[in-house]
Design a protein around this ligand. Structure first.
Ligand code: ADP
Length: 305
């Protein structure tokens, strides 16, 4: 019997979860069946993934609708996901699938239409703007495709800017370790215009890390870099996870970039359709092809595996 026939049979039952015909020898669990049944019946599945051990960021039932009426766009639909401390997660998906919307909402840069988001134990969706700004400043780091360094400041000044703004003391030992990892050597006195794209992005990574944020969000961090300098930036991100225990959520459409991740999430039409541990380049390519293909459908059960 195929999965969809089994699902049809399951749908005909009154009580989800109570299926005597689903035996231990089948390649899916009762929870899987319950999840499909929930989707088939239009109910919200209990969870898109088993809870992670030590979540730094949690989103529950997050949706984001832009505009109203006929012009409304559901950029994100019912996203429930947790991000574990000290792991690097890549967020992938076709253009327009909701990657940036998810990242902006997780980072407190945008508010969801419904659902809740926690950063480091703080529910942020109901915070006032000033509280949210402070939380972002203290606990969240950002890296953008376009580096966003201040042109009139040196690399070193850019790097310590978040601490200067927050009036926080500089942890000299940590800063020295960071500068060492960034590997800019004598270029720290240079202004951004005197640095290559890769060097500028490495300053931006160090700036994002200097305040030891609970979570670092990276939006297409290699999007403006050639593959070699992009690799240097990715190595830096990976080492910040391995050596400093940093938590990173990285939006990317670059399969090579996503191979450094411990976990890869795929979005399609505003939904998280796949949630996988470390993937190699071929697996990522195949998945993207499947997502962007004519039918483009992924079995929602994949989400739970
Ligand atoms: P991705 O990052 O995967 O390319 P986005 O999150 O940017 O996707 O966009 C998801 C959907 O939401 C797209 O259809 C996009 O056009 C729409 N969208 C994003 N931002 C806005 C906005 N500010 N106003 C209206 N529609 C938006």
């Amino acid at each position: 019997m195929t999965l969809s026939e089994r699902t049809d049979q399951a749908t005909a039952q009154e009580a989800p979860g109570a299926f005597p015909h689903v035996g231990a020898d089948l390649p899916f669990t009762i929870e899987d069946v319950d999840r499909v049944l929930a989707i088939a019946c239009g109910r919200r599945p209990a969870s898109r993934r088993r809870p992670v051990a030590d979540p730094v960021v949690r989103a529950r039932g997050v949706s984001r609708r832009y505009g109203r009426g006929d012009a409304a766009v559901d950029a994100l639909r019912d996203a429930t996901v947790e991000f574990e401390r000290g792991r690097l997660t890549a967020v992938m998906g076709p253009s327009g699938s909701g990657k940036s919307t998810l990242m902006h909402i997780l980072a407190g840069l945008d508010r969801p239409t419904s659902g809740s988001v926690e950063i480091d134990g703080v529910e942020i969706t109901r915070l006032k703007e000033r509280q949210l700004t402070k939380l972002r400043r203290d606990r969240v780091g950002f890296i953008f495709q376009s580096f966003n360094l201040l042109p009139m400041l040196s690399a070193a000044e850019n790097l310590t800017l978040p601490l200067t703004i927050a009036g926080r003391p500089v942890d000299r030992a940590y800063l020295a370790a960071l500068v060492d990892r960034v590997g800019l050597g004598d270029r720290l006195d240079h202004r951004p215009a005197e640095l290559s794209g890769g060097q500028q992005q490495r300053v931006a990574v160090a700036r994002a890390l200097v305040g030891r944020p609970a979570v670092l969000f990276a939006d297409e961090p290699t999007g403006n870099l050639d593959s070699r300098t992009g690799r240097e930036v990715l190595d830096l991100l990976r080492r910040s996870v391995d050596e400093f225990g940093q938590t990173i959520v990285m939006v990317t459409h670059d399969a090579g970039a996503a191979t450094i991740a411990d976990r890869v999430l795929f979005l399609k039409d505003g939904r998280i359709v796949l949630d996988r541990d470390r993937m190699d380049r071929d697996e990522i390519f195949d998945t993207i092809k499947e997502l962007e293909g004519d039918d483009g459908r992924l079995d929602p059960l994949e989400v739970a595996r």
